[in-house]
Design a protein around this ligand. Structure first.
Ligand code: FAD
Length: 452
């Protein structure tokens, strides 16, 4: 199905529904309003912040597979501190500064509560709350019969009536850290131990004196293994990507070991790793990431999620057949999220008003096919489609060029590279010791233009 992209006299104000009031939805709302659009943000929770709203609650299914389970949105654990320095992490238009106010966390890599407070400050500064309908869950987004406008069906979460509204465009910002992916393990159905996904990990106490095998190698696996090791008997980290020289006991810890991936488990509780080593474990903790999930979106098969590829999408944002009326903010991962949200949102806002032109449907499809082919010829798995580790700043700057906004600051790129290096070589201490004071000074100089 191809909806012709009409020529738009510019600038045109559109009615736009934004789904989600996390960092992406807040940024989208701000940029859309700046461009002159009429924006309604739907947020199913009673407060803004998405991921950054910590809750001790966990889901009824600890592994997160049952579709009927009670859903908890956030995956934060109590001890979480940011994995980016605040200078890099914050929105470009609103630097993430230590405010000096009482009760706030001034650290450079602050705890999650400080990010939540920062998002509240950002929202207050730009009066975004007035655009948000809190406690309102979107149940359905689909094309109207005339194939020109979008129907958004929502429901108040406290049990109110369903409500249908019509928009020119919908911007999807529902986050992608809620629907767990788990590892497939031969023998797991008969294994007597407990399984949990990191989405439902909050505090180490339930793992006291237990033998825990944790699967994964990303930030959460690194943090949670150390958190649990404070109380657990043993922590074993199984990972597909661990280097051979790093196998064995983790330096500086007497109860954490690194292993290759799990080979299989048995009904006597034994768990075997691919190198033949075995342990008898109480718990398997899957730090194995998440799936993109858009249960409300009905596009008659135009947009699909296939092995975690949301597609086809032009520049990870617009499905060509529905552009620019459906768009996604925040799909890329291994990125600096907040500034990326700003770049994406500015582009979407400008395209919707007609200030920025998109290529034709055919040209967008050719671009997408070329991208998929290049992944295939480099043997990059489909599920890495939105992994931007190698080109996030190039991507941001392309969007910035299209939108007429300045490219990523040089200090931010360098600081990101430096903090990634530091995380790799000093995993225990990178949040509290650093050597890039010179970059911090440049960042603060730069921030002055945004501080009134
Ligand atoms: P979310 O924050 O998930 O927001 C999505 C919003 O959509 C939610 O409020 C949700 O309630 C709402 N929603 C969903 N479905 C519906 C619906 N049907 N109807 C209405 N509303 C709906 N990033 C960093 O920059 N630094 C870090 O240190 C960092 N650490 C992280 C640690 C963890 C454990 C995780 C999971 C993520 C971390 N991130 C970090 C990434 C983080 O997810 C992003 O920073 C950012 O918060 C994502 O914002 P978002 O708006 O895309 O999604």
């Amino acid at each position: 199905m191809t909806i012709p992209i009409p020529a738009m006299p510019s600038p045109v104000s559109r009615t736009v529904a934004v789904i989600g009031a996390g960092a992406a939805g807040l940024s989208a709302a701000l940029e859309l309003r700046r461009e002159g659009h009429n924006v309604v943000v739907y947020e199913r929770e009673t407060q803004l912040g998405g991921t950054w709203v910590y809750t001790p609650d966990t889901e009824s299914d600890p592994i997160g597979l049952k579709p009927t389970r009670k859903i908890v949105h956030s995956s934060l654990y109590a001890s979480l501190r940011t994995n980016l320095p605040r200078e890099v992490m914050g929105f470009r238009a609103y630097p993430f500064l230590a405010t000096g106010k009482s009760g706030r966390d001034p650290r450079r890599y602050p705890g999650h509560g400080e990010v939540f407070e920062y998002l509240k400050d950002f929202t207050a500064e730009f009066r975004i709350s007035e655009l948000v309908r809190f406690g309102t869950e979107v149940l359905h987004v689909g094309l109207m019969e005339d194939k020109k406008k979008w129907l958004v069906r929502s429901r108040m979460r406290n049990g109110g009536e369903g409500n249908d509204e019509i928009y020119d465009a919908v911007v999807i910002c529902n986050g992608h850290y809620t629907e767990p992916r788990i590892a497939e393990i031969p023998g797991i159905d008969e294994w007597p131990g407990k399984q949990i996904h990191s989405h439902n990990y909050r505090v180490p106490e339930p793992f006291r004196d237990q033998v825990v095998v944790l699967i994964g190698s990303a930030n959460s696996a690194a943090d949670i293994s150390r958190d649990i090791a404070k109380v657990a008997k043993q922590v074993h980290i199984a990972s597909r990507s661990v280097q051979i020289e790093l196998l064995g006991k983790l330096p500086g810890h007497d109860n954490i070991w690194s292993h290759p991936m799990i080979d299989s488990v048995r009904k006597d509780g034994t768990l075997a790793f691919e190198d033949g080593n075995e342990v008898i474990a109480d718990v398997i903790l899957h730090c194995t990431g998440y799936k993109y999930h858009f249960p409300f979106l009905e596009t008659n098969g135009v947009v699909t999620v296939d092995d975690n590829r949301v597609g086809p999408l032009y520049k990870h944002i617009f499905p060509p057949a529905l552009a620019p009326w459906i768009s996604f903010v925040g799909l890329p991962w291994k990125v600096v999220p907040f500034p990326l949200f700003e770049f994406q949102s500015k582009w979407i806002a400008g395209v919707l008003s007609g200030r920025i032109s998109l290529p034709s449907y055919e040209e967008m499809m050719v671009d997408i096919e070329a991208f998929y082919s290049s992944m295939e010829s480099s043997a990059i798995p489909k599920r890495y489609t939105h992994n931007m580790a190698d080109y996030q700043f190039e991507y941001d700057d392309w969007l910035g060029g299209e939108s007429g906004c300045p490219p990523t600051e040089e200090w931010r790129k360098q600081m990101y590279i430096e903090s990634s290096r530091s995380k790799r070589i000093l995993p225990e201490t990178y949040r509290d010791q650093w050597e890039d004071e010179h970059l911090i000074a440049i960042a603060h100089q730069d921030f002055k233009q945004h501080i009134t």
